[in-house]
Design a protein around this ligand. Structure first.
Ligand code: 6PG
Length: 262
């Protein structure tokens, strides 16, 4: 099993990166998850050997869960330098940890409880304060984490984003698009499905990352993927444009089916 999975993961990755290093179109959602897990692993190895730690921010929702589960599989479990990996969240629903809607709760179940990551390296968004204060607290914890490591401002090594059919990403919704001129790196919003308060990284902070990867699967998202990638929509996800970092689109064939590949 382990050998065949490893061979599959390598062949999927080789096949995919031949096409276009930043646009990866996988045959299936499972293959897209393999590509995403591989990006996580390769970036972790590279950053830990380069600077001694790897700081990643993960999204919630259903799409990333397959990738998260792969991180606890032997291929990644045994090769990712978990002791030097730090996990943050792109956003969180303002619900208790054991609520099915909790992004932290899902990630805990999918991989965090199954990998040897030190407890202090897991940085959930607080949901014990009222929303606006939770946003301030998370922004302060991000600033503290990165300034202790010599950064002038928070800049993740890798951020995984999802994409909603309405063009939202993180918890930045069209109806509640934040005023980017604000200096806030983390903010609280009311929206989404379930419609609850959420704490979210903002576009300016996301765009400081060294790598941002959208992981999107399913034909139902093909139109919004095409709209966002064409850049013209003005929707929150279209504002993701890393200032100096790389932008990856990890798609399956369904999500890529409306792209003009001419
Ligand atoms: C969240 C996510 C959100 C998600 C999209 C896509 O907390 O809900 O951060 O931005 O990525 O809504 O969700 P699915 O993967 O479930 O389609």
């Amino acid at each position: 099993m382990r050998g065949s999975y490893a061979k599959r993961a390598i062949s999927v990755w080789m096949e995919l990166t031949v096409m276009c290093p930043k646009l990866v179109i996988a045959k299936t959602a499972a293959d897209a998850a393999i590509a995403a897990a591989r990006l996580f692993r390769e970036t972790a190895l590279k950053e830990v050997s380069r600077k001694g730690f790897f700081a990643a921010a993960i999204s919630g929702g259903e799409t990333p869960r397959q990738m998260h589960r792969l991180l606890a599989e032997p291929l990644h479990l045994d090769s990712i330098p978990w002791k030097s990996v730090h996990i943050f969240w792109v956003d969180e629903r303002y619900v208790p940890r054991d609520d099915p809607a909790s992004n932290y709760g899902a990630a805990l179940e999918d991989f965090i409880e199954k990998v040897p990551i030190p407890k202090g390296n897991v940085h959930p968004i607080p949901v014990c304060l009222e929303p606006a204060r939770a946003a301030i607290a998370y922004e302060e914890s991000l600033s503290g984490f990165f300034s202790e490591r010599g950064y002038a401002e928070p800049a993740f090594d890798l951020i995984f984003l999802g994409l909603g059919s309405d063009g939202h990403t993180a918890s930045l919704f069209p109806e509640s698009v934040s005023d980017e001129k604000k200096s806030a790196k983390v903010e609280s919003v009311l929206g989404g499905s379930p419609k609850v308060f959420r704490i979210t990284l903002t576009i300016p902070l996301i765009n400081k990352a060294a790598r941002v990867a959208f992981l999107v699967t399913g034909k139902a998202k093909s139109d919004i993927v095409s709209r966002i990638m064409s850049g013209g929509s003005g929707l929150p996800a279209a504002r993701v444009a890393p200032e100096t970092g790389e932008l990856f689109w990890l798609l399956d064939k369904g999500a890529a089916s409306a792209l003009d590949m001419g």
